[in-house]
Design a protein around this ligand. Structure first.
Ligand SMILES: [Zn+2]
Ligand SMILES: [Zn+2]
Length: 188
């Protein structure tokens, strides 16, 4: 397993993590990882925290007021220090990564998620893309029809339509699209 997982049936992570993060107190989470930092997943929701692992212990369940059930059998627990906490990280929801996602990819998504429109971009690739497209910023489009959704902006914007069109570059195509589609294409 590449990350530590918390089961909400047994541990009240929604309450516990903000408290321990604010207090900067280490907490025990079941399991262990061998990655440079530990990502913490709330099962069914996604990764919500990054932590330093201070030690790994095989022990009976360490005391913590946020456990929701009586102590289980002996298990492996990691004592971690929360480095960052985010209950709404856009790219670490369940479904955007799986068992095969490696640490470097998770780390990149966690660190850069806010600055790129989708997980296919790294921050540098996205910035390079925008820089290339910006070279066409002052070029007036020869068409007012979006290559993607086929709407003709001149119906609504008349003469302004050619100036509203945006140039989008993809590996295999360079197209004039409407601003909405351009945004949508970057989210793909
Ligand atoms: Zn369009
Ligand atoms: Zn683009």
């Amino acid at each position: 397993m590449n990350w530590l997982r918390i089961d909400l049936e047994t541990y009240d992570a929604w309450s516990a993590l903000p408290v321990y993060y604010r207090e900067q107190s280490p907490i025990y989470i079941e399991g262990e990882v061998r990655t440079p930092t530990a990502f913490i997943e709330i099962i069914g929701h996604g990764i919500v925290a990054e932590a330093d692992v201070l030690l790994v212990e095989t022990t009976t369940r360490p005391a913590d007021r946020y456990w929701l059930e009586p102590s289980a059998a002996i298990g492996v627990y990691s004592l971690v220090d929360l480095l960052a906490l985010d209950f709404h990280h856009p790219f670490l929801q369940v479904g955007t990564y799986d068992e095969t996602t490696d640490y470097d990819t998770l780390k990149r998504l966690w660190d850069e998620g806010y600055r790129v429109p989708s997980k296919r971009w790294s921050r540098s690739a996205y910035e390079a893309h925008l820089t290339r497209e910006r070279q066409f910023e002052h070029q007036v489009s020869p068409t007012t029809v979006c290559a993607y959704c086929a709407s003709d902006l001149s119906f609504f914007y008349g003469q302004l339509a050619n100036r509203l069109m945006e140039y989008h570059i993809d590996a295999d195509e360079e197209v004039w699209v409407c601003p909405t589609c351009h945004k949508a294409l970057h989210y793909n």
